[in-house]
Ligand binder design. Sequence first.
Ligand code: NDP
Length: 332
Amino acid sequence: MTSDTQFKAWRVEEQDGDYKGSEQTLDIKELPAGDVLIKVSHSSLNYKDALSASGNKGVTRSFPHTPGIDAAGEVIESATGTPAVGSQVIVTGYDLGMNTDGGFGEYIRVPSEWCVSMPAGWNAETAMTYGTAGLTAGLCVQKILTMGAKPEQGKVTVSGASGAVGSIAVELLAKLGFDVVAISGKTDHAQSLKELGATEVVGRDALAEGKKPILKPVFANAVDTVGGTPLAELLKQIQPGGSVSCCGLVAGPQLQTTVLPFILRGVNLLGVDSVEIPLAEKEAIWKKLAGDWKCPKAEASAKRIGRVELDAALKAFLKSESAGKIVLDHAV
Ligand code: NDP
């Protein structure tokens, strides 16, 4: 049992239809039911946290609420003994940070089935330099590999390349030997995307809305993190038999396409969910990211912030101004 009874959390409250986050002191007794009490040393920031913190009811139904869909730290209490008290764990997705108080608090209490053991050689901070974004990038890459994507087939592209998922996908694909074309709306990030391993960086115009139902197939495979019109345009430019992993919706949830890429070129559109998949699937990707799929450049470039900087950082996500990974360190 922890000797602490109170802890700090960045909590969002509703005030006359407006949503405001601030640091508050909570009692551990106020945490929801669960088998495992975790002292969270690090969390990381995701687009979904920005939606939760701004009152998006599709993400968080009721307030006050502590966001943070990612958390890593030490097990303090464990009703089932698994994970063991004193062990380090990672928790991402399921209901964490949505309607269950999340990693922006120094403690969380969750079901044991949500906890992944920390991969060998990693600590909580390293795990959170990847967070849900790294897990999702890994799942996106794994999906196209499972469909047979190979470097010799031609260029692979990543949309939303400067974002958290995109930047890890760029580095991972380059590490696996792919010729990576990064698609980014941030001209000032071209150099950093090249440093991550992109051989070419092109503007979002490459996926601007057009009237033609099918285009020259310039990409063998793709990881799409933005959805909407750019994804529809991307599908028109995939080579026969190529695959596109789709995980995001920053450019919109609607996908207006024809069947032509699918029936003329046999293109595969592969959905990626990092939230509700079985724990074993998450564990397998975490092990790869801590091993052969390690992305040292993304790790090194992750920005570390304290709770006091959360408000500004989350607002930047909503304005598409965020780039790379941001780690929340509760000790800062
Ligand atoms: P970020 O905000 O870090 O990155 C998104 C990037 O998309 C931006 O940096 C920008 O990159 C680009 N972008 C933003 N707005 C637009 C727009 N209107 N049109 C085209 N491109 C745009 O988010 P994440 O990388 O963390 O997440 C990306 C998406 O994946 C989000 O929608 C998120 O909700 C989703 N997601 C899904 C998961 C799942 O399990 N399916 C898990 C994690 C995330 P640039 O300027 O380089 O173009």
